[in-house]
Design a protein around this ligand. Structure first.
Ligand code: ZN
Length: 332
């Protein structure tokens, strides 16, 4: 069981720091207590720690059976607001490698500061992240008061990069290649295994990309209305325009004016399906659907796999998303 580390939002950073300090103290005590403790940190036998599902899955595909891969975000947990227990942070400091994407999970970004920089891989650069689109209703035309309210909820911050790279298979492939390159450099004896595994994974991603391109080529509407703005990279790759109801952060609450703007867009663009998500409260998607007569369907941003997920891994869920989009957008 994890300790109930659930402080209010504004105290989250302080709590993470306290947990981090406790973990460092524990690690230091361990090092003092035994002559071998310090030297075992980060050796080849210790696991590769990943931050959340898409990075875990890509790392597992690259590694195969060659190393243990663990994940900080439990299945079913909403990853944006992850909080780390002291043992999570302790595990990071002992990991052979920590793989994460900077700017997605503030608690991980902070804890990474406690890990030896030589044992950290940030995949954000490989994913070629770009700033979140400014045309989400939570970001556009909001008053200074709304801005403050929004910023309080949105820990990605304004102008921050959109982290949802895995929903574009080509960006996801680039991340897998970066993970493979790093693991090969750290462990040259297994480089050919990593290269072979990565080639298989990249080929599967390429097939998926082809299916998405063909399946989404001819659609009645290319306007996509989603709950949180997770699908901008997917939208950009396959010719859609995304409007996220709550902006980038699933926790943000859109204003009445923002909801009205989305409803107007739904009507003017001929949108007939609003997409809710598996890990996000569907309230706002349903509000917009009710006011416009649109249907609600579930599109999965694949931030975690649960028993409710339609598919047991990234590929299955992406194909389920493809079927949902073809139906919802009227693609032929
Ligand atoms: Zn997200």
């Amino acid at each position: 069981m994890r300790p109930p580390l659930r402080p209010p939002v504004r105290h989250r950073r302080a709590a993470a720091t306290a947990a981090a300090a406790a973990a460092v103290a524990a690690t230091a005590a361990l090092a003092l207590g035994g002559c071998s403790a310090a030297s075992t940190a980060g050796e080849a036998g210790s696991p590769i720690v990943t931050s959340f599902y898409p990075i875990q899955f890509a790392t597992q595909q690259v590694v195969g059976n060659a190393a243990e891969v663990t994940v900080l975000t439990r299945p079913g947990a909403e990853p944006h607001d992850l909080e780390l227990a002291p043992q999570d942070i302790g595990g990071m400091t002992r990991a052979r490698l920590v793989v994460y994407a900077d700017g997605f999970q503030p608690a991980v970004d902070e804890a990474v500061g406690l890990v030896d920089g030589a044992k950290v891989l940030d995949v954000a650069a490989a994913a070629k992240l770009v700033p979140a689109s400014a045309d989400e209703p939570g970001h556009e035309g909001e008053s200074p008061g709304q801005h403050e309210e929004h910023a309080k909820h949105d820990e990605h911050g304004h102008g921050a990069d959109d982290p949802h790279f895995w929903l574009d298979p080509s960006r996801y492939a680039a991340v897998a290649q970066a993970i493979s390159a790093r693991l090969s450099a750290d462990d040259p004896a297994k480089a050919s295994t990593y290269a072979r595994n990565t080639a298989v994974f990249v080929e599967k991603l390429s097939q998926l990309d082809d299916e998405l391109r063909v399946g989404l080529r001819q659609c009645r509407t290319k306007q996509l209305v989603t709950s949180h703005g997770a699908f901008a990279y997917l939208a950009a790759r396959y010719g859609f325009h995304q409007q996220g109801i709550t902006g980038m952060s699933p926790e943000a609450e859109p204003s009445a004016a923002a909801l009205k703007a989305v409803s107007d867009l739904v009507s003017s663009a001929g949108v007939t399906t609003i997409y809710q998500e598996t890990l996000v409260e569907p309230h706002f998607a349903q509000t917009v659907a009710q006011s416009t007569g649109a249907k609600v369907a579930t599109l999965d941003p694949i931030e975690g796999i649960t028993s409710a997920t339609r598919g047991s891994d990234y590929f299955e869920v992406m194909r389920s998303n493809l079927a949902t989009l073809r139906e919802g957008q009227g693609c032929s």
